[in-house]
Design a protein around this ligand. Structure first.
Ligand code: AMP
Length: 118
């Protein structure tokens, strides 16, 4: 299955749709989730065209992978969740419940999040 250039995160990356930006560098964009599941809910995406975190982990370049994970930490610190704790979620594919077919990681926090899966 090829990468869908019309997916919502691709459109955000091209500036066709707005986002509430939290962080950006050469490789990464992060913004508030439009339907937050916690007081802090940030979506972190690589700028490369990867369909899922699985695809990104398998095919991302070393510098893209490095900057992505480092950006997640910077975002967690900037949002104030690094001290109190937070959860990273990467939904992959059908069983993972992935809705948007561009690689992304959710950063959730701001309150105790309870069980991992309810
Ligand atoms: P996933 O199920 O992991 O693919 O999650 C996709 C996430 O993208 C959901 O949490 C949506 O609320 C979020 N989302 C969809 N459209 C937008 C948008 N335009 N801006 C910000 N977040 C969005």
């Amino acid at each position: 299955m090829p990468y869908d250039h019309q997916n919502v995160f691709a459109r955000i990356l091209r500036g066709e749709l707005p986002c509430r930006k939290v962080y950006e560098d050469k490789f990464v964009l992060a913004f508030h989730d439009i339907n937050p599941k916690a007081p802090t809910h940030v979506v972190v995406i690589p700028k490369g065209h990867y369909m899922s975190m699985d695809d990104f982990a398998a095919h991302g370049k070393e510098e893209e992978l490095f900057h992505f994970l480092r950006a997640v930490n910077k975002i967690a610190v900037a949002c104030g969740t690094a001290e109190t704790g937070y959860r990273l979620i990467a939904n992959n594919g059908i069983h993972g419940g992935q809705e948007v077919p561009h690689a992304h990681m959710h950063v959730l926090g701001g309150k105790p999040l309870g069980q991992m899966i309810q």
